[in-house]
Design a protein around this ligand. Sequence first.
Ligand code: XIL
Length: 469
Amino acid sequence: MLLTRQRRRAVIAGVVTVATAALGLGLSTQFASAQTTLRGAADDIGIDIGVAVNDSLLQNNQAYRELVAREFNSVTAENVMKMESVQPSQGQFNFAPGDRLVNFAQQNDMSVYGHTLVWHSQSPDWVENLSGTALRQAMENHITTTMNHWEGDIFAWDVVNEVVGDNNGQLRDSFWLQGMGENYIRWAFEAARAADPNADLYMNDYSIDGVNAKSDRYYQIAQDLVARDLLDGMGFQAHLILGQVPGTMEQNLQRFADLGLKVRITELDVRIQMPASQQELEQQAQDFQRVVEICTNIADCSGVTVWGVRDGDSWVPDVFEGYGAPLLFNDNNQPKPAYHAVLEALGGDGGPTTPPTSDPVTTTPPPTGSGCTATLTVQSPWNTGATYAGTVKANQSLSGWTVTWTWPGSERISNAWSIQGTLSGATVTASNVGYNGTLSAGQSTSFGFNITKPDGSTASVPTVTCTPA
Ligand code: XIL
């Protein structure tokens, strides 16, 4: 069995942390890099920077897809892998929306975190009406069938979500508990371990970010499950209020890591009472930065997932009245102060806070009359690299396209989005990915990539040839 992407990352992260600790240097000092995307910086230090993906935006909004693919190296389904979506009627499984996300992730070299198998919320009515053996069988069948379907595609699962209540650390009085008694948690993990022995198995909850009665209860449950080799990780949702990162958060995550578990921030957002002032956006940047630093400080922190892309995509305003603006991008797809703070916390270059001033240089368009035309534009150059935007315009209806060019010097692509193919050498041959191949005459689509180049050199703009598939 191949190592999963996540497991490879964890190994790299361990090495990095040991090295930094030995040198007594902070991560951000030692690993400040020229990376100008979150995923570039996160890849360099071997952790996941994830995002919750909304299925209808994934299907319908190209700017959204591009932003997700450019900035994140891991995804979680915001809703479509929950039980009401996966098994709306007993025995009838609906994997198509989840498959859509898995395909998108694979096309863009991202890992997929599974959320969630057993939860009191967003479960179908039919299961809520069962109890006893029938409920146990339904739970186990749901876990087995779902995990088998995505075996090898999903590296980790929230097996149970929110099983402790808000009442002094008692188990949540859900239909699962009422129908089966407290052993249901262990039974869920036994079924999950058997279904996919290579997946990491997590518990996940909110308001357990700091040390408190609720996280204490999880600590007890975790000890028991670890002793049975049923648990691999603990997920901390971290739906936070501005200025309220718990002072004990690092200590709390560390105690779970000390049990031999991975820890992960699974649903990060920082909500602000609206309207948000500039000062509050700066405070929010500090809060995000602190949470990411907590993860980079802990060797076994597998990553940080943000619960949505743009502020307008967030669940927060629907659920927390008067609150909003909890994410890293605004509704024009532009990064907020919190974005730059996260990039810095990941060891990246903090990036420009205003759009780059250099004049874009564009290729001469190829002769008219060919099936498609493509251009490259240098978007933001820096000393040792640059970000490029590419456009493909269809001159006839297309079911796919390939663009190719040769770098004049030692420029090389380091990471790319919305294209796939032979990308890393001197001659690049890149094709559309799943969602941007079909174009009608006159329609355009875009892609992008970062390159590395000799220090101080000008980012060149090679001539691109576009061929219909
Ligand atoms: C939320 C989604 O963001 C919403 O779109 C949906 O309507 C309700 O669920 N804890 C969890 C997530 O584990 O699944 C929840 O997601 C947010 C709280």
